[in-house]
Design a protein around this ligand. Structure first.
Ligand code: UGA
Length: 476
């Protein structure tokens, strides 16, 4: 049944959620305080790169089921209001900044009409510390007939549409955790097509729902830092972390996902959620329990320094050296550069005096903002031209598929650091490249016999990081 829905905060999460709710057949209004963003969305233009989103947006607009506003008064007749506001890291510490969320709750409460019975539902989707919903509820519930529930969002950038319309699970947080709470039925009606497709739905208390989200992100971050810590061991023992990850990932209990070693995690969620979780635990007096998250963060930061060290191992002093960085976004299929490892490494190289060229298929705006327009080139081949060292730091398909022979013809010196463990290093070595990769002792080579193709099956000595030679057969 069609419902009147509002989505407050149409950033990444909110905009996709609004368009997805219109796709389910609801009548949706999205609100943001950013008038430019609202104008873009209303004109059918996605303000960020997200596969499939613009089509969904345009479909909703064309069907007359989706519109955008900056005016809270326009939300008054909606029955269900989703809160999709950002909760960034506070400027003065590790905790989450809830000011946008709090301001939105107050602005919404001011326009909600009093209704008899539980008729207005406010649904928090933002990632928040445990205790937030309980603290915000009175501000909503002062309006007769209005009630708050928490329904965390698990979408991944790059898969946002699919994750919203076909999530792994729906989590509903209501005080008392009772299935028969009228809020549960109201949200079920909104998500009816998703539930009918068999999506599991879990009802729990406010705090549990809030903790599900931060725990999930902290677990994912821990998994990545775990394999990156193993990568550090691989570097000093000569092992290849991709071998280790492949083998441990075959154990169902461990699972193969999120075991890609490399320059580590970034983005607008994992790093800040990890820190907010730790900060919230400290506030509750159980900081020690989550103290290991500090180490998870530290391992992640160390990977960024390690890439710069590898660059120095290859070039010596970086001042004046022509270095190309492939990738600026925090991950492929996104133009998001928030806490991007690639951009962070690029900035460090620049600081060290390198003559830097950065390229990325989508993240030009973010890269230019951080590094300056003169450092950015949209064309991959132009970016490679004349490089003395290439760093692959975001694994876009077009970089994974680079032809080492063709790339070699473009650069000044064939040296590459694979910061995402995605290249077939022996193939690059056969094309004359000197390669380095995070955590791949066995797959490394020192300055190779430039350009001489190595016959299939020929063993080539590959010194490990301690200089201990290990005979590695070169695959056909
Ligand atoms: C993350 C979570 O995966 C979503 O479930 C969650 O909803 C979202 O945060 C959020 O809180 O809104 P996202 O930030 O889009 O989603 O990115 P991820 O796909 O989790 O990747 C995060 C970072 O980890 C990226 O920089 C990626 O390159 C890195 N990563 C990922 C690795 O270094 N290794 C891996 O094996 C996987």
């Amino acid at each position: 049944m069609t419902q009147r829905i509002s989505v407050i905060g149409v950033g990444y999460l909110g905009a996709v959620h609004a368009a997805a709710m219109a796709e389910l057949g609801h009548d949706v209004i999205g609100l943001d305080v950013d008038a430019e963003r609202v104008a873009a969305l209303q004109a059918g233009r996605a303000p960020f790169h997200e596969p499939g989103f613009e089509e969904l947006l345009r479909r909703g607009l064309a069907a007359g089921r989706l519109r955008f506003t900056t005016d809270y008064a326009a939300l008054a007749d909606a029955e269900v209001h989703f809160l999709g506001l950002g909760t960034p890291q506070r400027a003065d510490g590790l905790g989450a900044d809830l000011s946008h969320l709090e301001a939105a709750v107050d602005a919404l409460a001011a326009v909600l009409p009093a209704r008899a019975g539980a008729r207005t539902l406010v649904v928090g989707k933002s990632t928040v510390p445990a205790g937030t919903a309980r603290a915000l509820a009175p501000r909503i519930e002062q309006v007769p007939g209005a009630a708050l529930m928490w329904n965390p969002e698990f979408l991944r950038e790059g898969f946002a549409v699919q994750d919203t319309l076909a999530p792994d699970r729906l989590v509903y947080g209501v005080p008392g955790a009772a299935e028969e709470d009228p809020r549960v039925g109201m949200l079920d009606a909104v998500y009816a097509p998703i539930l009918e497709a068999g999506t599991p739905r879990l009802v729990m208390g406010y705090e549990a729902a809030e903790l599900v989200k931060v725990s999930a992100n902290a677990f994912l971050a821990t998994k990545i830092s775990f394999i990156n810590a193993v990568a550090e061991m691989c570097e000093v023992t000569g092992a290849d972390v991709t071998d280790v990850a492949r083998a441990i990932g075959m154990d169902d209990r461990i699972g193969a996902k999120f075991l890609r070693a490399g320059v580590g995690f970034g983005g607008g969620c994992l790093p800040k959620d990890l820190r907010a979780f730790l900060s919230s635990a400290e506030q509750h007096g159980v900081g020690e329990a989550l103290g290991f998250l500090r180490e998870v963060d530290a391992v992640n930061q160390r990977r960024r320094s390690r890439v710069v060290e590898l660059a120095r191992e290859l070039l010596g002093d970086l001042a004046g050296r022509r270095i190309t960085v492939l990738g600026a976004a925090f991950k492929p299929d996104s133009d998001d550069v928030r806490d991007s490892p690639a951009l962070d490494v690029a900035a460090r190289l620049l600081e060290a005096g390198a003559e830097l060229v950065v390229t990325d298929p989508e993240a030009e705006a973010g890269a230019v903002r951080r590094l300056g327009a003169e450092r950015f080139t949209a064309d991959t081949e132009q970016a490679l031209a004349g490089a003395e060292l290439v760093l692959l730091l975001t694994e876009w398909g077009e970089y994974r598929d680079l032809d080492p022979e063709r790339a070699r013809a473009l650069v000044a010196s064939p040296r590459i650091i694979d910061g995402r463990s995605v290249l077939d290093l022996p193939a690059w070595q056969r094309s004359g490249w000197t390669t380095r990769a995070l955590g791949r002792g066995e797959a490394r080579s020192v300055p190779s016999r430039a350009g001489r193709p190595v016959p299939a099956g020929e063993a080539r000595p590959v010194p490990s990081s301690e200089g201990r030679p290990a005979a590695v057969p070169v695959p056909a």
